[in-house]
Design a protein around this ligand. Sequence first.
Ligand code: G1P
Length: 292
Amino acid sequence: MREKIDLAVFPVAGFGTRFLPATKASPKEMLPIVDKPLIQYAVEEAYAAGIRTMIFVTGRNKWSITEHFDIAYELENELRVRGKAEFLQVVEGVKPRDMQVVFIRQELALGLGHAVLCASPVVGERAFAVLLADDLLVCEQKPVLKQMVEVFEAQQQAVLGVMEVPREQTQRYGIITAGAQINQRLCTVQAVVEKPAPNVAPSTQAVIGRYILPGQVMQILQHTPEGTGGEIQLTDAIAQLIEQQTVLAYRFEGKRYDCGDKLGYLQANVEMGLKHPQLGAQFAQYLQELSR
Ligand code: G1P
């Protein structure tokens, strides 16, 4: 039977240490890019890929994510009474009626692999997507996860989103060894290793926070030992999956902003600000004046 992807897992339990003090009491996933929190960009990307069940793996201090994707009855009512139709539409649009949200608590921060495993009671044996909201991926033609879902639906094999990174940055990413080239954007993955030092990294092709994985990965994760940084790594489970079945690497079309990093976060705000339908022109003029 050909599988479709209807589940997305969002690991959102991290501490966000790099953004302290902003993340002392509120989650990094709620940091806005212009006027929309990072997590909403990721959810919208999954929705645009046809996914309707969003599974958030949360931890302490993450209640605002739950609130964000809940119906805000009082707010909506207030906006309706005051005739603020435009804002009402914005608020209602956060959670379309055909979208389901599930919240799972990751009690201990044992790593990305562990966070994904926490979603297993909901995922079961089905294939699913994983989106890391830190990685903001923008593609005007076709959202990146949709590109990857199309690859999965055609090939029925795991798909990792990858991009070329500078060699001095390999230590920040899962790095793949490419196998057979299938087309310009697609190849098989021979091996993948978490955060190798530049001098030992097998390539400069990095896994970016978008994955489409088969249900089998959950079984592997149950037995995956601690890896890099003493954490249970998703990368290690994928490395094992490669021994059982074909895993593909897809060089996605679009631009990536590393919003887990202050500079990347600022760049995303500037570029999304310039593209903003109401603000764009005025903001461009401001930047011009500033750089004079
Ligand atoms: C995680 C993954 C890593 C991947 C990266 C993409 O690392 O463990 O393999 O390349 O996301 O952003 P993190 O950024 O959580 O340290």
